[in-house]
Design a protein around this ligand. Structure first.
Ligand SMILES: NC(=O)c1ccc[n+]([C@@H]2O[C@H](COP(=O)([O-])OP(=O)(O)OC[C@H]3O[C@@H](n4cnc5c(N)ncnc54)[C@H](OP(=O)(O)O)[C@@H]3O)[C@@H](O)[C@H]2O)c1
Ligand code: SF4
Ligand code: SF4
Length: 382
């Protein structure tokens, strides 16, 4: 495993961090984690060099923290830096902040959280954070030893990100970055800003929720095939992040043991170090990303933050079906219509939307979900 610098903190996190939002499931529901398999995956990761584990109060319908608490028993807790997040959108009063932290310590079966994040800050929640003076709460929790480092995860425009970084002396931050999202949200500009302030950066959605590896459009696959150096899409994506010295940890959400093994193998290679890509390779990825971004796709990462919909619409699956239809495979439209029919048969298709708006306020990508559902329904129902 390769280990990295962490801004102003004197620690060496593993390049690959374990993201605890994509565990294998036993049933249909996101909360129905395949417990034995998920514990096996986490422990395998730790036994093979991963020392940073990232969960959150809300992941897997609230079950992720319980699972991580179990996985880290039997001596595993002391082998990792444990990160979790205060559920910003549930915090109505300053006391709520304390109560969530206490509950999370219990769920995680621990007396301290190494990296505690204010989850999903954007313009509105950042203002609420300041109004409730939650910074003071965090500093108190730090002084009491309940949390070691305090940071935030972020989903809004660069200007909001810069304001947050400039307002307090944060220990670290977590941003969405991958080679398709260089100018999206904090983006590369945000990474540089954090680096200039010597703040360690954790990366989320390195594979854009799987989009960079599954159902990759034919024209993009052809470009990979034609390049003189042969690498799988997953390696290109992880390598591109590894190249940037300001990145401390790349969190990967992994849903099978094979993915854990593969990502560990990639992040353990000798040349997976800052500056590992040549100018030619960077330019190749940049051109490929520009071509990909021009294709008609919905930028859903399948994070499930919008779920469950009160009217049973399976939003991420509707978007997945649409994106598949536009992946330039010969049979793509037919396969997508079949997938969509399955959603229709289960009353989970877009036509069930009653436009309540709950999903849009929860979506970290700020997608116009309601309008997009209408468009895709017209196309896929034919
Ligand atoms: N703070 C926040 O607001 C926030 C938001 C999002 C994420 N996060 C954190 O960041 C972590 C990473 O982000 P993410 O899970 O959203 O997205 P991600 O890591 O970009 O994508 C995860 C998906 O990529 C696929 N994958 C991973 N390794 C693979 C491999 N070797 N080969 C093929 N496919 C592979 C899997 O898809 P399949 O399961 O479909 O096979 C997996 O579910 C999360 O788990 C979470 O801890 C935080
Ligand atoms: S707006 Fe539509 S899709 Fe979104 S939560 Fe409400 S009913 Fe569900
Ligand atoms: S629509 Fe938004 S919240 Fe829902 S899964 Fe997609 S990116 Fe996540």
């Amino acid at each position: 495993m390769q280990y990295r610098h962490f801004g102003k903190l004197n620690i060496s996190p593993s390049l690959l961090g374990f993201g605890c939002m994509r565990f294998p499931l036993k049933g249909e529901k996101d909360s129905d984690i395949d417990r034995d398999e998920a514990i096996k995956m986490i422990r395998y990761g730790i036994d093979n060099g991963i020392n940073y584990v990232d969960t959150a109060y809300s992941y897997h319908g609230g079950q992720s923290e319980f699972l991580v608490g179990e996985a880290l028993s039997d001596g595993y807790r002391d082998k990792v830096m444990l990160a979790t997040k205060n559920p910003t959108w549930h915090v109505k009063t300053a006391d709520d902040w304390d109560n969530f932290l206490e509950e999370q310590l219990k769920r995680l079966k621990t007396d301290r959280i190494d990296f505690y994040l204010q989850h999903c800050l954007d313009f509105d929640s950042w203002n609420k954070f300041k109004e409730l003076n939650l910074w003071e709460k965090a500093m108190k929790a730090k002084a009491e030893g309940k949390i070691k480092y305090f940071g935030f995860s972020f989903h809004d425009d660069y200007e909001v990100f810069a304001d947050i970084l400039d307002t307090y002396d944060w220990d670290f931050c977590q941003i969405q970055l991958n080679y398709l999202d260089t100018d999206f949200q904090a983006g590369l500009k945000g990474l540089e800003k954090a680096q200039s302030k010597n703040i360690g950066v954790i990366i989320m959605e390195p594979l854009r929720g799987g989009k960079l590896v599954h159902n990759v459009p034919e024209n993009i696959l052809a470009k990979f095939r034609d390049y003189p150096v042969q690498r799988k899409p997953v390696e290109w994506a992880l390598r591109w992040l590894c190249h940037h010295p300001g990145i401390s940890v790349v969190l990967s959400g992994m849903s099978t043991i094979e993915q854990v093994k593969e990502n560990i193998e990639i992040c353990s290679r000798e040349d997976m170090i800052p500056g590992c890509m040549s100018e030619k390779e960077l330019s190749f990825i940049n051109n490929l990303a520009n071509e990909w971004k021009e294709m008609k796709q919905i930028n859903c990462t399948g994070c499930n933050y919008c779920m469950p919909c009160p009217n049973n619409v399976n939003i991420p699956e509707c978007f997945r079906a649409y994106n598949y239809a536009h992946s330039v495979r010969g049979d793509a439209h037919d396969v997508s219509r079949q997938k969509y029919k399955w959603l229709t048969d289960n009353f989970a298709d877009a036509s069930n939307c009653i436009e309540c708006g709950a999903c849009e306020s929860a979506c970290p990508q700020h997608l116009p979900i309601i309008e997009t559902l209408k468009v895709l329904h017209e196309e896929l129902i034919k």
